[in-house]
Design a protein around this ligand. Sequence first.
Ligand code: SF4
Ligand code: SF4
Length: 476
Amino acid sequence: MKKHHLDWSSYETAGQGDAYAGIPATGGDFAKAVSVCISDKLCQRKPKGVMCPSFRATDDAAHSPGGRVKVLKAALNGELGDEPFAGAQLAAAMELCVGCKGCKRECANQVDMAAIKIEHQAQRNERLGVSRRDRLVAAMPRWLQHRRVLRGLIRLRNGTPWLAKLGEFLFGISAKRQLPELAIEPFSATNPLEQHSLLPPCRGKVGMGVDSLGDNISTPTLHGGGNSDVMLFVDTFALHFEPEIAAAAHQVLTAAGYNVITLQALPQDEPDRALCCGRTYLSLGQVEAARYEARRLHSALRPALAAGIPVVGLEPSCILSLRDDHLKLGLGEEAVALSKQVYLLEEFIAREHDRKRFTLEFKALPRGKTLVHGHCHQKAVGAMKSLRKVLRLIPEFEFEFIEASCCGMAGSFGLEAEHADISMQMAEIDLLPALRAAPDATILANGFSCRHQIREGVDRQPVHVALLLRDALNTN
Ligand code: SF4
Ligand code: SF4
């Protein structure tokens, strides 16, 4: 291992002086991150908890976090040959890790296998090159610049079995799975409400449009009601696939008296392409491309960060990337500042409510039981507490959290031809049976991938919390 792709310096002192840590001979701070595992096999215990969907689905210790650590240590100790990152053994150990961060949350030593997997994939890409499929999937935020053509192609592919088979042959994308389809129009910050004409007009001031943002953000203005500016980061998924979620979040925050500002790229920085957190690149080990996207985002956010404006987002994997994974990109103080200033919508509302600044009263939503499926990264950072708190703000709203690990879609994992079946097996452990047991329940799932998996698994349409809150506005 000549160089690290991620910054592992936060593990510099991990395991030092501990004779039992078994820090491998090579790998530097990355090896120390691997060595925080103390091999107590709690991640392989039975009855199984909710940690590690790949262990739970296969019942094979080799596909548990501890099992992976064993092979990683062997690789870093030179037991798997000179080029273990190009070899089959390490690849097999890492293959079914879906990067859910369940281990980071539940293992007593917080082994961060999701980040270790990114480093592993980056090392592998360096040696073997990036596969055609990974190049295609990771660059999705760029392809979406040509959204009209792409929308037609995806719809055609989804409705034409032989085209889906051709896609499997050429790119390894499972013909059994549908691809998420693009909305007719992307979210428009200039006209967030009129664009989604089903939404009623809201009271309160509509935030600055994308066109004005660059000029105005450095001089934030207080909005009527004593509340202040909020920066809404509309991620790739909300922007292009489900713009109604971004519009609903905009409407709820505006109704609560915030001046909602939406973020746009700087004029000198590919201004025609939407900002992106780099998640699709990062999860496939394309760290340089992810770093480029992160820098672009940080530049655009610089004035907001300096002014202390909270950044609010909707997609757990994007927002929690900014809080967690970006700290391993070696981007300095700006990444640290952003990690402390970025919130999921429900985290922001819960925090503001605690501080008596979110005083909006919702109307009752007596719609029977709602089952809530948390995105793995929401669970990993403890964000489910905020979601519970926010749902309790809605009178007569009955909900229940589902106890489950990863839904199995995990970004593009469930779309990959060789992983489509195991992905569904992961969903069948707890999640889909719980949903089938309550056929009339509304389903709440904040993750884009989770909603896709649920749609395919039980043929029902889950909602994001922003849509629920919008429905509970008294103006509706
Ligand atoms: S990954 Fe965590 S739970 Fe599993 S063996 Fe290692 S220390 Fe124990
Ligand atoms: S990130 Fe998830 S799938 Fe990977 S080892 Fe940890 S718990 Fe298992």
